[in-house]
Design a protein around this ligand. Structure first.
Ligand code: HAM
Length: 427
């Protein structure tokens, strides 16, 4: 039989790599809940129109990267390339969507983009995604950004840069679009890639986002959005950056930060790492005040961000799973029942451990215990069974002693006392 391989750009996550993902999720729950966010789950598959309408027809994501296919009834469906559109769709359909309710939500999960796979860029990747709907205060922008930064610090990530910009709103954006269009008209447009030649007129902001080196060169002297903000947007942005400065958070203003999705307005931001190669954006987000309305919902503002978990995982070293407290080795089948019930009792008392279900030699069991990295190996054979005892072997010192089966918890407790407690789970 030929082997069936996984799809290019998709990966299986096993220990120890998965430990970093669980750590990211546990930390997100801990941090975000302090700010009043609640976890939600939404579908991975949506109607294609949800993404074309929200992310935008002229974006790379919609034009080149979506996994789109008809279902059995011919309806066009798409594997979500990002979570914001789905969260807003779910919010609109939920009973809690109303003009005056604030909803703070976060979710995790896989996203799908048909991009060229490389380090930090997958076709299936995972995001930690945060959204707040119903709030347009600049202080909510600042809180979201500070929460993102707090989260990244709590993960232990240090060498990161925060970039921030304002993209203006539906009031001031048209004048900027016009300035951009006029600028492109003055250029020898042969320098633009074929996509940008079209975008220069249809959606000029997208040209600023193009990664093709020729286009990047051409746009160096393009007009900047910060010179075209209306007074409302200017005031909003000033309040955001003032409070960020007051918080001590270091940021850089980047007027070229336009983000790759059409729904953004006003505040946008990205977190960059210089330690993971060319795919260096570890998180990105911004305000999307028109999105709910554009998707047929109430006209409520929104802001959020997403962290790329594959990229954060590249930066997270040394996240260890909590070591098991015991390995229970059974030396004869007649001791199996007793061993299983004993292991169950220990777990109910809060210990972490595994039992070997195969009868093996003491040597083979100890090898297994070593492989699992347990602190203590418990050995139960027919002799111990008869005496109501169990052998307790400290794997670090090699010291072995017999204790009564009633006292195993105590013996285990002694051996795990003083252990380093800074592990992923069981903290
Ligand atoms: P995004 O910038 O497209 O924004 O993606 C957010 C993060 O996802 C990126 O910074 C990156 O770390 C990660 N990412 C994107 N594509 C890939 C890929 N192919 N492989 C690995 N990681 C990737 C959004 O998705 C917005 N929905 C964020 C947002 C939420 N804005 C407001 N709310």
């Amino acid at each position: 039989m030929t082997k069936i391989n996984r799809i290019k750009g998709f990966s299986d996550l096993f220990p120890p790599e998965i430990t970093a993902y669980v750590f990211m999720e546990e930390t997100a729950r801990e941090i975000f809940s302090r700010y009043g966010y609640q976890e939600i789950r939404i579908p991975i598959l949506e109607q294609t129109e949800l993404f074309t309408r929200s992310i935008g027809q002229e974006t790379d994501v919609v034009q080149k990267e979506m996994y789109t296919f008809p279902d059995r009834k011919g309806r066009s469906l798409t594997l979500r390339p990002e979570a914001t559109a789905g969260v807003v769709r779910a919010y609109i359909e939920s009973p809690s969507s109303s003009l005056d309710a604030v909803n703070k939500m976060f979710t995790f999960g896989p996203m799908f983009r048909y991009e060229r796979p490389q380090k930090g860029r997958m076709r299936q990747f995972h995001q930690v995604n945060v959204e707040i709907l119903g709030e347009d205060s600049p202080w909510s922008d600042a809180e979201v950004i500070i929460m993102l930064w707090t989260y990244l610090q709590r993960l232990g990530l240090k060498k990161l840069d925060l970039e921030i910009n304002s993209l203006g709103c539906s009031q001031c954006r048209p004048a900027f679009h016009l300035a951009l269009k006029n600028f492109f008209k003055t250029l020898d447009q042969k320098g633009l890639c074929s996509d940008c030649l079209r975008r220069a007129d249809a959606n000029p902001l997208r040209v600023l986002d193009c990664k093709v080196p020729g286009c990047r060169e051409m746009i160096r002297h393009a007009p900047k959005i910060n010179q075209h903000l209306c007074s409302h947007c200017e005031d909003h942005f000033e309040k955001v950056i003032n409070v960020l400065s007051a918080s001590g958070l270091k940021y850089q203003l980047n007027p070229n930060l336009v983000r790759g999705l059409d729904y953004y307005q006003r505040t946008t931001f990205e977190v960059i790492s210089h330690d993971i190669g060319s795919q260096n954006s570890v998180a990105g987000g911004g305000r999307y005040d028109g999105l709910s309305k554009a998707l047929g919902g109430p006209d409520v503002p929104g802001i959020g961000f997403a962290c790329g978990m594959e990229r954060l995982a590249l930066l997270l070293n040394g996240i260890n799973e909590r070591p098991k407290d015991f390995y229970l080795a059974v030396l004869h089948e007649e001791a199996m029942d007793k061993a299983l019930l004993l292991a169950q009792r220990l777990r109910e008392k809060g210990f972490f451990g595994v039992m070997g279900f195969r009868v093996k030699s003491v040597k083979a069991h100890l090898r297994q215990a070593n492989k699992l990295g347990v602190k203590t190996c418990l050995l139960l054979g027919p002799d111990e069974l008869g005496r109501g005892e169990i052998q307790v072997k400290d794997m670090a010192t090699g010291v072995q002693r017999a204790v009564s089966q009633e006292e195993v918890e105590q013996a285990l407790g002694l051996n795990i006392k003083g252990k380093n407690n800074n592990y992923l789970s069981g903290r």
